[in-house]
Design a protein around this ligand. Structure first.
Ligand code: NDP
Length: 479
């Protein structure tokens, strides 16, 4: 062993063209590990290995797929504390959040182990006498999985588990900032009994490794989570060669708080939705749309709760909010705090760098009031612990503001009115709706995804994952 965490190509652990250091955002002096960086030729070799493994894996018994995925899930769950620590160390989520994400990843593998056994087709009567019509699903081939840094194990898990369960072979490229959890997942899958080449890991730059995966004609489809601009560029290339594409991108998720809301419920939903995981979630509630009658009470109570939040080392006991993931993202967050002030919004809490015992990228959670929905802080995804309160006259205006965005991932409402909750469920233009719950924090066995600029292509997770990872065949059989 060289001490370097290597790429997994065709069942072998191989050195990359170069290496990069995985650094802890809570502590600039802490290096999590040295990870291989593949080049484009290695990415293409991984695709070739996956293509060679496809005929056999796509025909493998479902019991074999169940066993591998179930074993992987069992190991992930058993190692929740260790992997949760790795996750918190490389990404900056607090340790409880890191452990929670690992448990989610383990449960996803368990769920899709079962799905391998449950992939049913349907038999439909033919309009022609004596003919049977059968509709079945088949794997699509080699899938490229390109994942972001904000969920270093859950997103790799929710893309890889269905891909493998339904008989595809995989080339995964994790975000450059967080290779550690993806490497651990590859190691677990490798030892869980996957045949060589079925799951390949290539770490490295998106513009090199990601690009090589997207443009390789042997890749039948790519599932991507990340920024809107990268997602759009990837989709254009895939559509041009008529490959499948699934994109999960940004959000500018509203949490509507109505006069009749339970104040404690609304404030908890806002704190958790806007600031937990350092606000680095595509489902974060960055727009808090609050009606007149509760506005001042809500802002006061929220600012009080924010003052009690402890921003510190992700691994330190008692930390509520970990650091921002890296210097670039911190600069982006600070720039938006400046933009909000320049646009005329009032910064009533946080928004400044804070020093802690360790040299990390710490930012005090920021709250703006007097924001309008036209401001950039209300329109663009900031992806940090920054939220803006937007005042609304009544429910109708709040709903209109909630929907006035290019995004549509998740929309939340805090209310005790069944009438408004029901209306919002139906009329919020979002893929997911939360009533009296934070916009962030979803179950692992039901579909996840958005509308408008947030998502493109079929949904991820739950049984709906089959839409991307399989292709339908209609068979006509005469006696
Ligand atoms: P990107 O969209 O650039 O990265 C997401 C993934 O795509 C990474 O694995 C990245 O690799 C890869 N990638 C980058 N360029 C290409 C390419 N040309 N072809 C194929 N793959 C590519 O997001 P960033 O991580 O740079 O974050 C930038 C911003 O995006 C954030 O500030 C945030 O606003 C938003 N974002 C949103 C997320 C969400 O879930 N909504 C998640 C992450 C980011 P690599 O890391 O090596 O560059």
């Amino acid at each position: 062993m060289t001490g370097i965490f290597r790429n997994c190509i065709g069942g072998e652990w191989v050195d990359g063209a170069t290496t990069s250091l995985n650094r802890n955002p809570s502590d600039a002096g802490d290096v999590v590990g040295e990870y291989a960086q593949a080049d484009a030729a290695q990415a293409r070799a991984a695709v070739a290995a996956a293509a060679a493994a496809f005929p056999s894996w796509s025909a493998s018994p479902v019991q074999q797929r169940f066993d591998v995925l179930d074993r992987a899930g069992t190991e992930i769950l058993a190692r929740r504390d260790e992997l949760g620590t790795l996750l918190a160390r490389e990404e900056g989520k607090t340790l409880p959040e890191g452990v929670g994400e690992v448990v989610r990843a383990g449960n996803i593998f368990k769920f899709f182990a079962g799905e391998a056994l449950r992939l049913a087709g349907e038999r439909i009567p033919s309009v022609r006498p004596g003919v049977d019509v059968e509709v079945t699903r088949e794997p699509i081939g080699v899938v490229g999985l390109i994942t972001p840094w904000n969920f270093p194990i859950a997103i790799p898990a929710w893309k890889a588990a269905p891909a493998l369960a339904y008989g595809n072979t995989v080339v995964m490229k994790p975000a450059d900032l967080v290779p550690g959890c993806a490497w651990a997942l590859a190691d677990i899958l490798h030892r869980a009994g996957l045949p060589a080449g079925v799951f390949n890991l290539v770490m490295g730059r998106g513009s090199v490794v990601g690009e090589a995966i997207v443009t390789d004609p042997q890749v039948a489809g790519v599932s991507f989570t990340g920024s809107v601009s990268t997602g759009r560029a990837i989709a254009a290339k895939l559509v041009a060669r008529m490959a499948k594409v699934q994109l999960e991108m940004g959000g500018k998720n509203p949490l509507v708080v109505l006069d009749d809301a339970d104040l404690g419920t609304a404030v908890t939903a806002a704190v958790q939705g806007a600031y937990y995981s350092t606000g680095q979630r595509c489902t974060a509630s960055s727009r808090l749309i609050v009606t007149e009658g509760i506005h001042d009470r809500f802002v006061r109570a929220l600012a009080e709760r924010m003052a009690a939040l402890r921003v510190d080392d992700a691994l330190a006991p008692g930390t509520d909010i970990g650091p921002v993931v890296d210097r670039t993202q911190l600069d982006q967050d600070l720039a938006y705090v400046g933009i909000g002030q320049a646009e005329g919004a009032r910064l009533v809490a946080g928004g400044e760098r804070v020093a802690r015992a360790k040299d990390g990228h710490y930012l005090a959670p920021a709250l703006f009031t007097e924001a309008t929905n036209a401001m950039r802080i209300a329109r663009e995804e900031i992806f940090g612990p920054v939220a803006a309160v937007i005042r609304a006259r009544d429910y109708d205006e709040a709903l209109a503001l909630a929907n006035d965005t290019e995004f549509g991932l998740c929309a939340g409402i805090a209310t005790t009115s069944l009438k408004h909750a029901s209306h919002f469920r139906r009329h919020a233009q979002a893929g997911m709706v939360m009533v009296n719950l934070p916009t962030a924090g979803v179950d692992y066995h039901v579909p996840f995804g958005g509308r408008k600029g947030s998502s493109y292509g079929p949904r991820e997770q739950g049984r709906y994952a089959a839409e991307f990872h399989t292709v339908v065949k209609t068979a006509y059989v005469a006696p």
